[in-house]
Ligand binder design. Structure first.
Ligand SMILES: *[C@@H]1O[C@H](CO)[C@@H](O)[C@H](O)[C@H]1NC(C)=O
Ligand SMILES: *[C@@H]1O[C@H](CO)[C@@H](O)[C@H](O)[C@H]1NC(C)=O
Ligand SMILES: *[C@@H]1O[C@H](CO)[C@@H](O)[C@H](O)[C@H]1NC(C)=O
Length: 206
């Protein structure tokens, strides 16, 4: 009974959340932020080592007050189309509640209109090897997206960069695994032969 109540309560909460924040369409957002990032087009960055500097500012061409509701800026690392092909788990959906384009948070900070904001971020080790761009969302007090900016064009073809996973540790783990399985095959085979040889004198006496 209690469990059912909890389920019901969470369903109700989920519906409320859906009603209040779940249906922001990316296509409805104005590109009011100017965002740039340090990697030059095609640059390859090493996860866990290399840094990205992201700079953003409000595009003053927009009417004053367009940003009146802006409270926070959330900067994210986003998959370029080339790294989304055949990967439903990175799919772009216009409804931002379902969008999987930008899965890695770079930073979130209070919105301020004064000049350029600049921040530095080390590409985290858990960032998968892929092609990326950077996007920033302006959020209102309720955490709803109300504007954005990104380092690429609408079609996401320009200014893309690559993150390369550090494979050193993985490679040595792989080598260890290969050695282990080779060793076990050899030892199994050796064991088998030894057994057979041992068995011979007894099983073929005549
Ligand atoms: C600022 O916004 C205007 C109007 O949308 C646009 O034409 C211009 O390219 C933007 N500036 C930058 C640097 O993105
Ligand atoms: C802000 O950054 C842009 C692009 O990097 C640059 O053109 C502009 O001069 C900068 N403005 C200030 C106030 O630093
Ligand atoms: C973006 O893609 C659309 C549809 O594929 C195309 O019509 C448009 O010309 C493209 N724009 C740019 C800037 O590449």
């Amino acid at each position: 009974m209690a469990a059912r109540g909890t389920v019901l309560a969470s369903l109700v909460l989920a519906c409320l959340a859906q009603a209040c924040c779940g249906n922001v369409l990316f296509s409805s957002l104005q590109r009011t932020l100017i965002v740039s990032a340090s990697p030059h087009p095609g640059q390859v960055l090493k996860a866990g080592e290399d840094k990205i500097t992201v700079t953003w500012s409000y595009n003053q061409s927009f009417a004053a007050g367009t940003d009146a509701a802006y409270k926070t800026v959330k900067v994210k690392l986003c998959y370029a189309p080339v790294s989304q092909v055949d990967r439903a788990w990175r799919k772009t959906v216009d409804n931002l509640a379902k969008d999987k384009t930008c899965q890695h948070a770079i930073a979130a900070e209070p919105y301020s209109l004064s000049g350029n904001r600049s921040l530095e971020w080390v590409v985290q080790k858990d960032v998968p090897e892929a092609t990326y761009f950077v996007r920033a969302y302006a959020l209102d007090a309720a955490g709803i997206q109300v504007g954005f900016g990104q380092t690429t064009d609408r079609n996401k073809t320009a200014n893309l960069f690559v993150v390369q996973a550090i494979t050193g540790r993985h490679a040595s783990l792989d080598i260890a695994a290969v050695c282990f399985s080779a060793f076990s095959v050899v030892s199994l085979f050796g064991f088998f032969l030894a057994e057979k040889r041992k068995a011979k004198p007894c099983s073929t006496p005549n």
